[in-house]
Each structure stands twice: as structure tokens, then as C-alpha cells.
Design a protein around this ligand. Structure first.
Ligand code: FEO
Length: 405
């Protein structure tokens, strides 16, 4: 693909990764991803971010189509995670810029990732500006979005915000702009990315959204480093609003049941619980963890106010896929949900106690007692699961009402 002009003398030089399904080693990218990098041509030329190692030659080739690499005066590294800095050594060698610009914590990350290099590092802090001649760059530290080093680059003359990880989506597409794809696909990808990458830092998201509003930053082009670029006012506004909505984590009247099972006893309990919730007006999603990766669980939990978890007892514990999903969810710090635990057991029954401890660690109150069943659920147990679903539906209703009042 050719370099793409996204504004006058502003170019997208990224690469599309149609193959990636593993994002950062812990999450999934079912639709692939992109690594975006941007170039501004002015009296001084600035490259904003690089790409993942292996995609560097594509970036370099696109850069050469716009200007000779040695004409790049500045390389701005908004964030040092390797999907944005993996190609940095290649670009530093080809461009030999006047300065490599990063945040204070970026300098630390730079040294951590690349060791001691003879690179002309210039550290910038929030509010500092860099003149490119006709245009300028204002740096905005965006700590924890997604690492402590992260920052945004704002170009007021273009009303362009290069936001690195924030507002990204894992979409591999020949489309470059958000208005070129189905809105539902875009919203789902934005949510999936947020809830698997950004969610633990929701408090910082709200602060940066307030800072953008408070400083009166006018954003006409919102250019993240993953996925599609927002260029229409309504798309920029709705994306900023979506982030506020995600960060607030208001509970939704929707339930997620996740489980793993050995001989289908816990599975049958999960389905009975689902019937109890659905029959009482709660849309419910059931995910068997053998078929669903933990990042798909988080993507579903994004729109659910209730998490019900099922596991049989296994070796005095719970099944490993359940423990893995709960460990992952806990790290993402979901808030404002209620929880429930259930499962079958044979000769010892530690399962629901352990599940409850995971739920408590995520500050998810359990309004209904856990339900466990020896061996195989009979009709009475399945009825009890349905009744548990009914009680949880009522509790969820109350929880959502309390959160909205
Ligand atoms: Fe896209 Fe934090 O890396």
C-alpha cells in the first residue's frame, strides 16, 4: 500500500497486520490489527511512532515515497511498547534524526528496551511544544494509556491528535478511516480494545478526557496507533464519548455466565441458571471457557452487570481455565458488577468458596448464596439453578437502579 495523505502534508505510513490473532501475548485480535505511524512534512519533518519489528521495512519504504529518510528531523516516540518501537532501531539508523523525542518515563523505557545507545534523546513534558515551522506539536503526557511512558502529540494547526494506544481498535482493513466501515463493527472493536487493554486505567481516561475538554483542544482528526482514523466531527465526538462511557463502567442489565466443566454437570447448571435469568427478563450470554479465550470473556463482560462463574471442584481447587479467566479479569479491574458462583463436585466441594474469593477480589458482591451440587444435578438442583437465576435477575435490577440513582 502507498503512504496515505490524511491532511495536507500529513501522512499515514503504518502497516496492516492481517495475520495477527495474538495481541501483546495476552489478548486476542480476532480481526488482526494495524500499527499506525504518521509523518508531518514541514520546514522540519517529524515521524510520529514506528511500528512492530518486522513491519519496519514497510514503514521505511512508505517513508521513502514521501521524502528521503535522512530528511526526517524528529522521531517522536509516544510510547515504547514494542508494537510501536520495535522498528525504532531501523528508523534511527535510516533517518539519523536531530532528536528522538519521548516523555520522561519514555526515556527510562527506551533504555530498558534498547540499552545504552548513541541516540539524541530529547525529553519533553506535558505542555511543551515543538515547532516544525508552519506547524507545532504540543505534547500531552497520557500516563498509563497504556504504559507510564505514554503521551499524545497534538498538532493545533491541523486539529490533529495522535493518541497512540488510546482510541485504538484491533482491525486489519484496507479502510483507513472510521467512516469507511460499519459503525457496529467499529464500536465493537473499540470496546473490545478498551476493555482488554485500557480498562484498568479508566480513572486516568476520565482525567485525560477532562483535560482535553478543559484545555479546549479542538480535535478534528483523531489518529490512534491501532486501527482506523476518525476524521468526521461526529465520529471524533462519539469516540470521546464512548471512552467516557467505558471508563464510567455503569452496570448494565445483562448477564454473563462463564464456566468450565468435566462431565457436563456444571454445564447443565450453567444452562439452568441462564434459563432463570432469561425468564426473568435478563439477556444472558453463556461462554464455555474451553471454547472462549479470556479476552472474549472480558469483551462480553463489558456490557454485563452480572458475572456468574461455574467450575467443578478439581483437585481441591477449580478448573485451570476458570482460574485463568478470573485471574485475567481481576487484573483488568472491572467495577460495579455483582457476582455469583456455582458448580458441581464429587468428594470435596471447595469450588464455590474459591470462586467467591475471586469475585470478592474484584469487589463483586454476591447477593445470592453460591450453589453447588454433588455429582450430577437432578431436577431439584436444576430447579434451584433456575430459582437462583430469578433471584439474580432481581438483584441485578436493584443493583442497576441503585447505580443510576
Ligand atoms: Fe500498542 Fe501499549 O501498545
Amino acid at each position: 500500500m502507498q503512504p496515505l495523505s490524511i491532511a495536507n502534508d500529513v501522512f499515514w505510513l503504518g502497516d496492516i497486520d492481517f495475520e495477527s490473532r495474538d495481541f501483546h501475548g495476552y489478548s486476542r485480535s480476532p480481526l488482526g490489527t494495524t500499527y499506525n505511524a504518521y509523518l508531518i512534512k514541514d520546514e522540519k519533518n517529524a515521524l510520529f511512532d514506528t511500528v512492530k519489528e518486522g513491519h519496519g521495512p514497510i514503514l521505511l519504504e512508505k517513508l521513502r515515497q514521501v521524502l528521503p529518510p535522512e530528511k526526517v528531523d524528529y522521531i517522536v516516540v509516544n510510547h515504547l511498547e514494542p508494537d510501536h518501537s520495535g522498528a525504532l532501531p531501523l528508523l534511527m539508523e535510516a533517518c539519523r534524526p536531530e532528536a528522538l523525542i519521548c516523555s520522561p518515563l519514555g526515556k527510562k523505557s527506551l533504555e530498558g528496551h534498547f540499552g545504552s545507545r548513541d541516540w539524541p534523546v530529547r525529553v519533553v513534558t506535558s505542555g511543551e511544544t515543538l515547532s516544525l515551522g508552519g506547524r507545532s506539536v504540543r505534547f500531552i503526557e497520557a500516563r498509563m494509556l497504556h504504559w507510564p511512558d505514554s503521551m499524545f502529540s497534538y498538532i493545533p494547526e491541523e486539529k490533529l491528535l495522535i493518541s497512540n494506544d488510546a482510541f485504538g481498535q484491533n482491525i486489519a482493513s484496507t479502510a483507513r478511516f472510521a467512516d469507511e466501515v460499519e459503525p457496529a463493527l467499529l464500536r465493537k472493536s473499540l470496546s473490545e480494545y478498551y476493555h482488554n487493554i485500557i480498562l484498568p486505567y479508566s480513572a486516568q481516561v476520565l482525567k485525560i478526557l477532562d483535560a482535553i475538554a478543559g484545555q479546549g483542544l479542538s480535535v478534528e482528526i483523531l489518529a490512534p496507533d491501532h486501527g482506523l482514523i476518525f476524521r468526521r466531527p461526529q465520529d471524533v465526538a462519539s469516540t470521546l464519548e464512548a471512552y467516557r462511557d467505558f471508563a464510567l463502567q455503569r452496570p448494565r442489565k445483562r448477564a454473563l455466565i462463564i464456566y468450565d466443566t468435566m462431565w457436563r454437570s456444571t454445564e447443565r447448571m450453567a444452562h439452568a441458571l441462564c434459563r432463570g435469568l432469561a425468564d426473568n427478563g435478563v439477556e444472558t450470554v453463556v461462554l464455555n471457557l474451553k471454547q472462549n479465550h479470556h479476552s472474549a470473556v472480558m469483551t462480553e463482560l463489558a456490557a454485563c452487570g452480572l458475572l456468574a462463574v461455574g467450575s467443578p471442584t478439581h483437585n481441591n481447587g477449580i478448573l485451570p481455565l476458570v482460574a485463568a479467566s478470573l485471574t485475567y479479569l481481576k487484573g483488568l479491574r472491572p467495577k460495579n458488577r455483582i457476582g455469583a458462583a456455582f458448580g458441581s463436585y464429587g468428594w470435596s466441594g471447595e469450588n464455590t468458596k474459591i470462586l467467591g474469593e475471586y469475585l470478592s477480589a474484584m469487589d463483586m458482591p454476591q447477593p445470592v448464596d453460591p450453589l453447588k451440587c454433588p455429582f450430577v444435578p437432578d431436577a431439584a438442583v436444576l430447579n434451584a439453578c433456575e430459582a437462583m437465576g430469578a433471584s439474580l435477575a432481581a438483584a441485578l435490577e436493584k443493583h442497576c437502579a441503585a447505580a443510576c440513582s
